[in-house]
Structures are given as structure tokens and as C-alpha cells.
Design a binder for this molecule. Structure first.
Ligand SMILES: [Mg+2]
Length: 389
């Protein structure tokens, strides 16, 4: 075997003058440039990529209500992928609504470590291996985040730069969770000037959703977005979108149940853009979304990570769909990962970390209403709170 210096190795002579050597060297150089870690496989032992994970319960600042649930805490799984002295971080925010839990995510992550091999840059290959296990998109997203973090650290550049993107994005919306119209208006008044967009959760099933928007509109001039979380029937949706069109609403998110057979009728009749969220998980869902919506809401916990979300963003643009980037209630790890691709999106809803009572991580800059990714290598996140608290 030939050593990196070209000397004899393991008793095999170096073949400096062998035909095709120049081409071989060119390929080796390219491989070294593209895959600096795997390059070192030749004749050397390369450390395996090692994955560890832990489950945490994060308390929200205030109880958070949407059409189908109210939460005071959320459970997340933080992961760390170590390789060659560097660590990459990721976060899984599994959603019960999609049949995932911290238990199922943890079970997946316990097995995933063995599939990672020794080259964190081999993202396509790793995605193929992890994809052989069905579901568990939140856990897969955590692995994808951590690998991007690690690759950025190896390369010495932030992930947005690694992807050739920009360190910018639209202002994030701030969520006004579901309550009585007056309560939602009072909470809106308390926000002050921190945010430049508001997202109102609707879908209480009490016939007051338009009234909620009217009450909030009465106390703010900010652009409003509404998210119904699948709670309207078709007739109700057709009526409500008409009423909302005069209230400065930018778009209506997921008014109908995912997969609703009449979604195309609402799209055709609506004076406001319809965005879908629960309807769209991965790349394969984007073309169907074009039949029922004007835009799609991408979330890493649904897509399985940054790579698939980027593919979805470009697919949506090719279909002339608007692109929104959303999140779960999650820490700055998950938000930082999403913020890396915010410059690809028309609308951003990345307030998940700001909803927490205490965010155990830091690394996203909230500047003039925008969640700006760090200029540090990788995701640029670090632990902000001691684990012993
Ligand atoms: Mg939504």
C-alpha cells in the first residue's frame, strides 16, 4: 500500500512512474479537496463518526395553543456527532401528529450511529443509508443538521456559505397562539416593535376566526398571516378567505385537512394565497401541493433535514409556488439549522426558540426581526445553559 508521502508502505513499492500516475494524482487531489476526511482513508486508520443523543424537556414561556392541542412543555432530542476531534450538533423535534415521539426518535438514533461510517461529507450516501429506515424524519433531520455542522467546522465556514447561500432572510413572523379574539388582541399589543410579521393561529371551531383577525388588526398595522392547522371545512374556508382578504392577511396556511379532496377548489376560488404545511413533508409532496396551494411551508423536522428542504425549495420555485420556512417549538439548534437556508424563502416563521422560557442553546442572531444565522463555522451554535440545571 502507498503512503500519503509516496514512500513504501506495508512492503509494497511506490509506483511513481506507473502509467496513468498523473491522472491518478489529479483524482486524488480532487478527492482530497472534496472529501478531506475520506482522503485520509488511504493507508491510514480513520476514526468512525460517533453519534450520541439525549432527551430534554423544554418549558415554554407561556402555554401555546393551536387548533388541536395546548402545550406547556415540548420534548426534544439533542444529538452530537463527533469525528476527528470536532463535534456537530443537531436537534430532533418529533411530532405526535406525524406518528413520531422522542422514544421513536431515540430508538432510531441509537441505531443510526452504526450507519454513519467514517466520512461526514458523504451526505448523499449517508442519506441513502438512513433513508432505508422508514419515517423518523425529525431524528433524520437532527443527523442531517449535525453532519452539516460538522462539515462546516471541518471546512471552516458557516453552513449557509457551504451551501452557497446568503446570510439573510425575510423577517420571522411571531406567533399569536389561539385564544379568544380579545385575548389575542391584548397579547398582540404587548409585543411592541420586536417583530415585523405576525402569524395568528386560528381554527377554534367556534365561528369566531374572522373576528380574531379583526380584533388583532384593530391593534396593529403589521402584515398578518394566519394558520388554521387543518381545522376548516371547505364551505367555512371559502367564506373565511373572502372575509380575511380585506384585513391585510398575506396568506392562509393549511385551512383544510391534509389530503382534502377539494383543496383545488379552494385554491381556485381564494382571493388570498393558500399555503400548505401538514400536506407537505418531502420532495415528493411538492408537485401535489401545486394543485391545492400557492405555496409550501418547509420544516426540517418534516423534510428530514437541510438537504431535502433545499431540494423542496427549488422544486417549489420551479412550480411557481411560494416558499415558506417554518419550525417546531425547538431550541436554537433547530432554528439555527433552518436559518441557514432562509435566504431561499419568501416567508420565514422561525420563532420556535423565542417561545421557550429558557433556550439551552445560543447561536442565532435576532436582528431587526430577522433570525440571522451565525457567521461562525458550521451552524455556529453553542450551549448557553449548563446541563446540570
Ligand atoms: Mg403550520
Amino acid at each position: 500500500m502507498l503512503s500519503r508521502s509516496g514512500r513504501r508502505f506495508n512492503g509494497v513499492p511506490a509506483r511513481r512512474n506507473a502509467p496513468g500516475r498523473n491522472r491518478t494524482c489529479d483524482l486524488a487531489l480532487r478527492r482530497r479537496t472534496l472529501y478531506p476526511l475520506s482522503y485520509r482513508r488511504v493507508g491510514l486508520s480513520v476514526p468512525l463518526v460517533k453519534l450520541t443523543h439525549r432527551t430534554v424537556t423544554l418549558a415554554l414561556r407561556e402555554p401555546f395553543s393551536i387548533s388541536r392541542s395546548t402545550d406547556e412543555t415540548v420534548d426534544s432530542v439533542f444529538i452530537e456527532i463527533e469525528h476527528d476531534g470536532l463535534a456537530g450538533y443537531g436537534e430532533a423535534s418529533p411530532q405526535e401528529h406525524y406518528g413520531e415521539s422522542v422514544e421513536s426518535a431515540s430508538a432510531f438514533l441509537s441505531e443510526a450511529g452504526a450507519l454513519l461510517g467514517d466520512d461526514p461529507f458523504a451526505l448523499d450516501e449517508l442519506e441513502g443509508r438512513l433513508g432505508s429506515v422508514p419515517g423518523e424524519h425529525a431524528a433524520k433531520a437532527a443527523v442531517d443538521m449535525a453532519l452539516h455542522d460538522l462539515c462546516g467546522k471541518v471546512a471552516g465556514v458557516p453552513v449557509w456559505r457551504l451551501l452557497g447561500l446568503r446570510r439573510e432572510g425575510p423577517p420571522t413572523s411571531w406567533t399569536i397562539w389561539l385564544g379568544d379574539p380579545d385575548d389575542m388582541a391584548r397579547r398582540t399589543e404587548r409585543i411592541g416593535s420586536r417583530f415585523r410579521r405576525l402569524k395568528l393561529k386560528l381554527g377554534a371551531g367556534d365561528g369566531l376566526d374572522v373576528e380574531r383577525v379583526r380584533a388583532v388588526r384593530g391593534v396593529t398595522e403589521l402584515p398578518l398571516q394566519v394558520d388554521v392547522n387543518e381545522a376548516w371545512e371547505l364551505d367555512e374556508a371559502l367564506e373565511n378567505v373572502e372575509a380575511l382578504s380585506g384585513l391585510g392577511v398575506q396568506y392562509v396556511e393549511q385551512p383544510l385537512q391534509a389530503g382534502h379532496p377539494e383543496g383545488h377548489r379552494l385554491k381556485a376560488a381564494s382571493p388570498l394565497p393558500i399555503y400548505v404545511d401538514e400536506d407537505v413533508h418531502g420532495l415528493k409532496d411538492v408537485s401535489a401541493a401545486a394543485e391545492r396551494a400557492h405555496g409550501v411551508n418547509l420544516k426540517l423536522a418534516k423534510s428530514g433535514g437541510i438537504r431535502e428542504a433545499v431540494r423542496m425549495a427549488y422544486a417549489a420555485k420551479a412550480l411557481d409556488l411560494g416558499v415558506m420556512l417554518g419550525c417546531m417549538v425547538e431550541s436554537s439548534v433547530g432554528i439555527a439549522a433552518a436559518a441557514q437556508i432562509a435566504s431561499l424563502c419568501d416567508h420565514v416563521d422561525l420563532d420556535g426558540n423565542l417561545l421557550l422560557g429558557e433556550d439551552p442553546w445560543a447561536g442565532v442572531d435576532f436582528v431587526d426581526g430577522v433570525q440571522v444565522p451565525s457567521d461562525q463555522p458550521g451552524l455556529g451554535v453553542h450551549e448557553a445553559l449548563s446541563r446540570t440545571r
